[in-house]
Each structure stands twice: as C-alpha cells, then as structure tokens.
Design a protein around this ligand. Structure first.
Ligand code: C2O
Ligand code: CU
Ligand code: CU
Length: 503
C-alpha cells in the first residue's frame, strides 16, 4: 500500500508541470486577447457512413457468457489485452480490448446476483476494472488503490444489491492512465435487471456513445502534451472528432410505426456532453444512472454528461418509411479559449428508420415505474463543501496517501459541490448512489439515483448521500478523464460507525 501510494505520487509529479502549464493557459484565458496561437481548431470531422447514404443496423455488443450453473450466480471470464483491430473502417492497428471486442462484452445480471469476474490483465501495463456506479465492497471497486499488475489476475466478486436495477458500465481506473486505456478501447456495459421490471414488455436497445481520434494509419491518436492540441485536451478533456454508437459509425435502428422502444444510453467518452435530440420526436425520460424514476418525464432533449447513463422511451410516432436522426445538439461546456470551432453544429449519431409495416399499437407505459424513496434530509449529520476549480478539488490534487473526507458508516450527508470556474465538471462519487437535492438553489423536479452529476460552469449542485454499507476508501472525482488522471480527485474514508452517532 505504502509503495503504491508513493509511486502514484511520483508519477503524478511528472504531470504536475503540464498541469501547471494548463493553469497558465487558463490564466491567459481571462485576458480578452486570443491565445498566441490564434485559433485552437478541432480536427475536421471525417466523413461518416451517413454521408455516403449507407447505414448499418445497430448491433449489440456481445453478452458475456455465464459459466455458472448455480442459480443467482453469474461467473464470467474477462481479459484485457492488446489486439489488432480497426476501430474505424480501415486497416487494423493496435487497440486494447476486453475479450477482443470494442466495446467490451456486456455483463447482464439480475438484482441480488452474486457476480464473479475472473479478470486477466494481459496489457503491458497495470490496470483495474472499475464497476462504475455499483454499490459493492471497496476492495472490489477497481479504484487506483487496487491495481492489477501487467500479466496478473484478479477475481472481482460481489453481490448486486436489490433495488439497483439500472445501466452501469465498466472501465479501467489505474492511476493517471484511465484516459489512455479507455481511449484505446477498454469500456463495456453492465446491465442490472430487475426481477419485476415494469418495462419488460418493451423491446430494448443499448447505445454506448464513444468518440475517438485517429492517425492516418487508423491508430488511436494522442496529442503531444506539449503541443497546443495537448494543452487543449488537458483543459477540455480529450474529444474525438469521430463519433460512435456501439463502435459503429452512424448506424440505424429500425422501428415500426406505433412501436415503443427502451434505449439505454451510456456516455463513455472522456469529456463530451451529449445533448441528445431525436428530430420530430419527444422522448420519455424514464431513468438515470441508478435506474428508473417513479414516473416518466417527457422531454424534447436530454443531456448525458460523460460517464452518465439515461434510459428513455422512444415512441414511433412517425409513419411507415419515415427517417429521423438522433442528434448531438450544441452544448457549450468549454472555456471560450479552448472551445472547438464546430461546437455549435449539430451532428447525427444514428438514424431511426421506420419500417414499411403498418402502424401498430403497444400497451401504455405504466404511470408508476417504481418507488424512489427520498433520502431523509432530517438525518443529515454533515454538510460538506467541495469546490471544483480547474484540475483541483478544494484547492488540492489527489494524493492517494491522504484522506480528504472522513465519514462514518450509517451517516447521511449533504455535499455541496461548487464549480467556481468557467467550464463544466461532471462530479462522480464511487460506491454510493446519491440524489440531487437542488441546482443553484432550485429543487430538483424529480428524484432519481445518480452517481455522477454534471456541475455546469459557475453553478452549485447539492446532493444527498447515505453511507449505509461498505467501509473503506472511496474515490470522488471529476469524470473528465484528463482531469481525473491529473489528480482532480479526492479520497473519502467511510469509517466504522461512531458510537455517539448510534442511538
Ligand atoms: Cu467511472 Cu472513478 O469512475
Ligand atoms: Cu466510479
Ligand atoms: Cu473536470
């Protein structure tokens, strides 16, 4: 443990100068003059298949095969390794993949299941698998505190809590290298199904939204950290000009007129916020990170920050033969000096294609999906303020040997997260789903379970969380991977219950 922490800090030191330079760039940003280099232009979007009129049907990633015959047990093998793959159409180049596929295979489990993942790290570097959003013991969380060395194996074993049916995902979380490993292809979906799912009759699609940048030979492109592009990545978070859904370019989803589909959307990008809109349609927003709401909410667009998930119902209100684009609409999360030149241009992610079959009817969506009990604000034992500035939380970079927040098992707390800078930071807490209380003092209109909340520039969000299980060390951080890797992260210790707190 001691050794890990030290090496973690040493490696972080190497990035400190770079972060310092980003700080200088940001300092420059307050001046009305342009950055000396003039325009910080994003790469031109490459032509997508949509532009050529061809569009593949959206495919689901493979589902991991359950090796167990024991009821309520899911046992799988998962291996991370370098592979030769064409991440975009073209010749194969080196990528990283879970079981050889990008996105990685989907884990499908039920509430209450015992899950055993036999993990092998065949990468040439340490990694972890973090089960983003799951409420499991700290030792199984795959945080930077528990690296799996190159060539080593680790069994992740945990039980999926009841009441947590929802859409989660898994990704590497090693110290300072998460952004790199995820960009190389390591991410996958983790779906927890309810035994009494109110929407089980509705056909379902999984949409994993990712982006990437490529060199001419098709290999994943990373900017030289000393270049203007590298500094822009450091500030904005690395964005790719090529947008994927389940690893496909501009695929299509078929729908029959009158049909309803349930889409589970996961944003696995390093930094992008997808403001989603389906041309000519409204969407029924039915769930967030931790599963379904009490009641569907009708919206014309929906924001999905990086690492967030949403569940929505798409209603086939069009006519046979119609087409509609699912678009990424403009959203300005940037400081002006590093804002991409094309940020305000809507881009198509996929096409909804109506079949020629005559309109059908589907049973109505239940008015009550499930109960989401409110966490009890009168039980709050501490209110903490977390100030997000550029690259820092409460003025500090992460040190794995330091504990930033001491809490106790059983405590209910309010965390007031204040973003004091001019770009958005999506805030994520490991291990414990929370509820958003209010944003800039305005109460959240409906309750949902969340594990990440985007905190827009100069805004304040208050969340409530209960540390009802699993003592240990937990990370909280900005989920822009470049910020996280540079230490925009803190350590929470959930300690044994304090005797005074127990009555
Ligand atoms: Cu998906 Cu620590 O994060
Ligand atoms: Cu997490
Ligand atoms: Cu951030």
């Amino acid at each position: 443990m001691e050794r890990q922490s030290t090496s973690g800090c040493r490696r972080r030191d190497a990035t400190r100068t770079r972060l310092g330079r980003a700080g200088v760039l940001l300092a420059l940003c307050v001046w009305p003059r342009a950055h000396p280099n003039g325009s910080l232009r994003a790469p031109e979007p490459t032509s997508s298949l949509a532009a050529t009129g061809r569009s593949d049907t959206l495919r689901d990633p493979p589902v991991l095969r359950n090796l167990s015959r024991t009821p309520r047990t899911v046992e799988v093998n998962l291996t991370a390794s370098p592979v030769q793959l064409a991440l975009r159409p073209g010749s194969p180049t080196e990528a990283y993949a879970y079981n050889g596929s990008v996105p990685g295979p989907t884990l499908e489990v039920h509430e209450g299941d015992r899950v055993i993942i036999h993990f092998r790290n065949e990468l040439p570097e340490p990694t972890t698998i973090h089960w983003h959003g799951l409420h499991i013991p700290a030792a199984m969380d795959g945080s930077p505190l528990t690296p799996v060395a190159a060539g080593a194996r680790f069994d992740y074993v945990f039980t999926v809590r009841r009441g947590t049916a929802g859409t989660y995902w898994y990704h590497p979380h090693p110290d300072v290298r998460s952004g790199y490993q995820i960009a190389k292809g390591l991410f996958g979906a983790f779906i927890v199904r309810a035994n009494d799912d109110p929407l089980r009759m509705i056909p379902e699609k999984l949409l994993i939204l990712s982006d990437n940048r490529f060199n001419a030979d098709g290999s994943v492109q990373f900017a030289d950290p000393r270049s203007v592009e590298g500094i822009r990545d450091e500030v904005n978070g690395r964005e790719g000009d090529v947008l994927f859904v389940n690893g496909q370019l501009a695929p299509s989803i078929r729908i029959r007129s009158g049909q309803v589909q349930r889409w589970r959307v996961i944003n696995v990008t390093a930094a992008r916020l997808f403001r989603l809109g389906l041309v000519g349609h409204t969407l029924l927003h039915v769930g967030n990170d931790g599963g379904l709401f009490e009641r569907p909410v009708e919206v014309s667009r929906i924001d999905v920050a990086n690492s967030e998930r949403v569940e929505l119902l798409v209603r086939g209100t069009g006519s046979p033969g119609d087409r509609a684009a699912l678009q990424m609409l403009p959203y300005d999360r940037y400081v002006p000096q590093t804002r991409p030149h094309d940020w305000d241009i809507a881009r198509d992610l996929l096409t909804l294609t109506y079949t020629m079959a005559p309109r059908t009817t589907t049973p109505p969506v239940p008015a009550l999906l499930r109960r989401v009990p409110a966490l009890d604000t009168s039980a709050v034992s501490a209110t903490r303020v977390l100030v997000l500035s550029q690259g820092l939380i409460n003025g500090q970079m992460m040190d794995m040997a330091r504990i930033d927040v001491h809490s106790t098992l059983g405590a209910t707390e309010i965390w007031q997260i204040e973003n004091v800078v001019g770009m958005d930071h999506p805030f994520h807490l490991h291990g414990f789903e929370f509820q958003v209380l209010d944003r800039n003092g305005a109460p959240e209109p409906f309750r949902s379970w969340k594990d990440v909340v985007n905190v827009p520039k100069h805004e304040t969000v208050r969340i409530i969380v209960r540390f009802d299980d699993f003592p240990g060390l937990w990370m909280y951080h900005c989920h822009i991977l470049d910020h996280e890797d540079h230490g925009m992260m803190g350590v929470l210790e959930v300690g044994p219950p304090s005797p005074r707190a127990r009555t």
